[in-house]
Design a protein around this ligand. Structure first.
Ligand SMILES: Cc1cc2nc3c(=O)[nH]c(=O)nc-3n(C[C@H](O)[C@H](O)[C@H](O)COP(=O)(O)OP(=O)(O)OC[C@H]3O[C@@H](n4cnc5c(N)ncnc54)[C@H](O)[C@@H]3O)c2cc1C
Length: 519
């Protein structure tokens, strides 16, 4: 839907929205879909593009996190495994069954990891993706041919979910629209409206036009990830900081570093974490790190020691050693770690996610994982109903098909991730064959996709397209720079922008993409 039409909805609304959500990452979008699918009048405002923050910078796994298994946190593991199963059912065009191999170099490693992963199978129950099993050395090498063979004893194979994070975010935003809700990008919340001390709306600024909007709402939800404290301070300037920011970095390598279909899971790095190498869009994502950083930004930068850490560990487990020259892109994401200062106003410190209600009625939801976004949304709206005095209606998201839903997609098809929308993109090419042309030699994307992104996926800039609608910035930053001028041209035509805008877009994008490259 056109952005102007969405803005029009705000301009025409003279009364109250039922629910206003600040933040368009996994948490905000999941909450907005929960609200709109229950029939509440829902508005989501995102200051930049959807999933610009943490939600486009994950390891791309739909999983429970092995650390909870190690901690014996069975209820959390069960919840994440349940959500993994639901997500596979509700977005089968984006969420896939992925085999992972733990390479084992000690005689005791096989039985040790084997037992832990059997427990994982049992907890997944009917929603399990396949049984784990011990592998011989030969079988391990068949699954992960580039694994370091020196000292290899065998391996353990298990199954988990793998997905495209920002594509899911875009499809969630479209699903909210499908259910009558409104989601707007480039709309920043600047302050909260208070009525007798109660949070009753927001003041937001359209970053494209500078126009300010006063928006009334029965409930206001803060789903701003690492920026949570900024909104809490808008509510109460005395509010204590509850978020600690932890950075995680990934590098992207060519598929030759992980031929075959299986991912590698290293259960114990030097700092006691797990490290993954996962096949993704014909490349390999390797990560991650855990580095506390002083502040939240929308464009975090990888530290040299984080890159060294990943390369050192990758070399240890890969026969062909990756070097800095092999890195196609490096990206960093920020985890919002919650450190509640007191539990006075805490409605629920639920499992992995944190849901709290301020004295003003402002609802804050943060923490958690991409995997559990739906459950976070459900919990949040269950609370928001009472705050807003809305009629209670049951959640339907457990079995709600996400926009683009299509079963049995062929991952070799370059348009597979559009799911049921692929037909419409093909139609664009039939109408205008030039749109079938590729954007560069290195990646499979074509011009028709860009037209589609503008007309149907709310893309506004070259970065929106190359970073989050297709994943060129992450997959191959250098190739994405080559694509930028064509993308800018198509965007300018579609959005009615000037040649100056086009040039500025290319310059801004090139500057950004250079930051994803290692020199
Ligand atoms: C390195 C790393 C790897 C991860 N890997 C996985 C994984 O493999 N699987 C998994 O399940 N989870 C993973 N996670 C966790 C997952 O990515 C996060 O839990 C999730 O993305 C958080 O989403 P969010 O919506 O809370 O935050 P965000 O995605 O950061 O969204 C918050 C949004 O709020 C917006 N915002 C802020 N202030 C304002 C304002 N004033 N007005 C309007 N908008 C505003 C921001 O622009 C931002 O887009 C990983 C996290 C990290 C850091």
């Amino acid at each position: 839907m056109k952005r102007e039409l969405l803005i029009d909805r705000i301009e025409k609304e003279t009364g109250y929205w039922d629910i206003v959500i600040i933040g368009g990452g996994a948490t905000g979008l999941g909450t907005a879909l929960e609200a709109s699918s229950r029939g509440y009048k829902t508005l989501l405002l995102e200051q930049h593009d959807f999933a610009k923050g943490t939600s486009s910078r994950s390891t791309k796994l739909v999983h429970c996190g092995v650390r909870y298994l190690q901690q014996g946190n069975v209820s959390l593991v069960l919840e994440a495994l349940h959500e993994r199963g639901l997500l596979r059912q509700n977005a089968p065009h984006l969420v896939f069954n992925q085999s992972f191999v733990v390479p084992v170099y000690d005689w005791w490693g096989g039985p040790f990891y084997g037992i832990g992963l059997k427990l994982y199978d049992i907890l997944a129950g009917k929603l399990g993706l396949g049984p784990s099993k011990l592998l011989s050395k030969e079988e391990t090498l068949q699954h992960i041919p580039n694994v370091e063979p020196n000292g290899l004893v065998g391996g353990v194979i298990y199954y988990d979910g793998q997905f495209d994070d920002s594509r899911l975010a875009i499809n969630l935003a479209q699903s909210v629209l499908d259910h009558g809700g409104t989601t707007i990008n480039y709309m920043e919340v600047k302050s909260l409206i208070k009525n007798n001390g109660f949070a009753s709306g927001v003041v937001a600024v359209d970053k494209e036009t500078g126009k300010q909007y006063t928006i009334n709402s029965r409930a206001v939800i803060n789903a701003t990830g690492v920026f949570t404290d900024n909104i809490l301070r808008m509510d109460n300037p005395e509010s204590k900081k509850i978020i600690a920011v932890s950075q995680g970095v990934h590098i992207i390598l060519d598929k030759e570093f992980l031929p075959g279909d299986s991912a590698i899971m290293v259960p114990q790095t030097d700092d006691g974490r797990v490290l993954f190498a996962v096949p993704w869009h014909d490349k390999v994502v390797v990560g991650t790190t855990d580095t506390e950083v002083p502040e939240a930004t929308l464009e975090p930068r990888a530290l040299e020691e984080e890159i060294d850490f990943i390369l050192t560990h990758a070399k240890r487990y890969m026969k062909k050693d990756p070097t800095r020259a092999d890195v196609k892109s490096v990206f960093a994401g920020l985890r919002p770690l919650v450190r509640p200062t007191d539990n006075k106003n805490t409605a629920a410190i639920s499992r992995d996610h944190y849901l709290t209600i301020s004295d003003s009625g402002l609802i804050t939801i943060t923490g958690g994982k991409w995997t559990t976004y739906r459950r976070m949304g459900e919990d949040t709206i269950d609370k928001a109903l009472f705050i807003a005095g809305l009629e209670e209606r049951p959640s339907i998201t457990k079995s709600l098909r996400i926009h683009g839903w299509l079963k049995n997609v062929d991952k070799n098809d370059p348009l597979y991730f559009y799911g049921s929308e692929k037909i419409a993109i093909i139609k664009l090419i039939e109408e205008q064959p030039v749109l079938g042309e590729k954007l560069c030699d290195e990646l499979p994307n074509i011009k028709a996709e860009i037209v589609w992104h503008v007309r149907n996926e709310m893309a506004r800039t070259v970065e929106d397209v190359l970073a989050r609608r297709i994943r060129a910035l992450l997959l191959d930053a250098k190739a994405s720079i080559k694509m930028a001028p064509v993308v800018a041209k198509i965007l300018a035509e579609e959005l009615g922008k000037t040649p100056e805008w086009e040039k500025q877009q290319v310059d801004e994008y090139t500057k950004l993409a250079n930051e994803y490259l290692l020199n």
